[in-house]
Design a protein around this ligand. Structure first.
Ligand code: LLP
Length: 419
């Protein structure tokens, strides 16, 4: 997290003090670095430059309009998974021909919206879905490009909730059925141009090997199918690149590119990537304020004003996020504590048994690091908590890119009847 560093004991995002943002905007607040976001995107772009892939930022990791727009302006496409994300993509005028749409449950309405928008690919996850897209395209008198998302039965060695390419997972189509689609069923789908293989094996993957295994399987399949008359022109290898949360040593973009490029180069395939976490994970933090320090006979609880509704990853996956004070002291002693939110569940924690500065007290601001991906985008209103504000820092300036929700926002769609 090179753009979040301590200077004179103050945590800075680029050149702005996180403490200052927290005091001015209030807490909890997500703080993003524009530079980090763009640097991560450019790093991928540069390492893959020789084959010029289409890099579709995975919007589910962070769908904030300002952040997505920055990436789109930089040349990124978008990987979307719902009508809502399509709506967001249209709002920022993302070029439709750079949008790919995955999800096992696209509804007819969502499919229609995607076709009308002119998106590049639907990444199809089942035969009934293929039929549905064919029907909707026919009704609209359009020909739609689709990718078949394969399930290569590869172990990604990551948390089982975010492993997606094992036979038992709901995602993708097995290789046999895929062959049948390309070699026999293709002609039945008159309104479809089935010309891409998509494979996404999971998220927060730290080793290159599983990627290689999956890409090799996909390339072999493409060669076989093309030799038998299919016309596969694109290969989408999904996202999944792991980042450093604690002391992981994930593959670098260079290592990843060095392994992937030789597999696809000179095969006449256009490569598509769908990174989310790699781009935005370490471009954002969650700043929160200490409400109380509660010492019990067995434990210290640092109770903060952010909770599992703001950052669900620790509660859901037992995920580790580093926690640091926004202002350090020269000499610090440490104490073990749980960092917890105010929500009425014991699963509501941001850190467990963590060594934290003993000085932390009411009103101190702390930062939960690496919270840019799957932070705000997975947040909820549980316990009728307003969703947090989001701030974008650029150099020495910052601006609010999403206002904190108001109490009236919480109830705006509810209707009180007379029953
Ligand atoms: N493409 C597809 C088809 C995906 O399903 C995903 C993520 C991505 C791309 C982007 O993956 P990334 O590059 O960000 O790893 N909520 C979990 C992660 C869920 C990932 C879902 N799919 C977490 O907080 O760790």
């Amino acid at each position: 997290m090179h753009d979040f560093i301590f200077k004179n004991n103050r945590l800075l995002c680029e050149n702005v003090s996180v403490e200052e943002i927290a005091r001015k905007v209030g807490t909890p607040v997500f703080v993003y670095s524009r530079k980090a976001l763009l640097d991560h995107y450019r790093k991928l772009e540069q390492t893959f430059a020789e084959i010029e892939p289409l890099i579709c930022f995975s919007m589910k990791s962070n769908s904030n309009l300002s952040l997505c727009r920055l990436l789109v302006q930089e040349g990124a496409g978008l990987d979307i998974v719902s009508g809502g994300e399509l709506y967001r993509a249209k709002k920022i005028k993302a070029p439709a021909q750079k949008i790919v749409y995955a999800s096992v449950g696209k509804t007819p309405e969502e499919i229609e919206a995607g076709i009308k928008a002119g998106i590049l690919f639907f990444n199809v996850e089942s035969l009934p879905e293929l039929e549905m897209i064919n029907d909707v395209a026919g009704r609209l008198r359009k020909k739609q490009r689709v990718a078949v998302r394969i399930n290569p039965d590869v172990e990604a060695h990551t948390h089982h909730y975010i492993t997606t390419a094992k036979k038992q997972n709901k995602f993708g189509i097995d290789l046999k059925t895929t062959e049948n689609i390309f070699l026999n069923l293709r002609r039945r789908f008159k309104n479809l141009d089935i010309c891409c293989i998509h494979v996404h094996i999971g998220s927060q993957i730290e080793r290159v090997a599983p990627f290689i295994q999956a890409v090799k399987k996909a390339v072999k399949l493409i060669e076989r199918l093309n030799a038998h008359g299919a016309n596969i022109t694109h290969l989408n290898i999904g996202g999944g690149l792991g980042i450093i949360y604690k002391k992981e040593q994930p593959q670098t973009a260079q290592e990843y590119a060095r392994a992937v490029i030789p597999l696809v180069k000179n095969r006449g395939l256009k490569l598509i990537l769908e990174p989310g976490r790699f781009i935005v994970g370490n471009a954002g933090i969650l700043a929160t304020k200490v409400v109380y320090v509660k010492d019990t006979a067995v434990k210290r609880f640092i109770i903060v004003d952010a909770a599992m509704n703001d950052l669900m990853r620790p509660a859901l996956y037992g995920a580790y996020h580093e926690i640091v004070p926004a202002i350090k002291r020269k000499k610090m002693t440490f104490r073990t504590a749980d960092v917890v939110g105010p929500i009425c569940e014991s699963g509501d924690f941001l850190a467990k048994d963590r060594r934290l500065p003993a000085f932390l007290k009411q009103n101190d601001v702390i930062a939960v690091m690496s919270a840019g991906a799957y932070g705000f985008s997975m947040s909820s209103n549980y316990n009728s908590r307003r969703r947090a504000a989001e701030v974008l820092v650029s150099g020495s300036r910052f601006r609010i890119i999403r206002k904190r929700e108001s109490y009236s926002d919480l109830v705006k769609n509810e209707v009180i009847g007379n029953e």
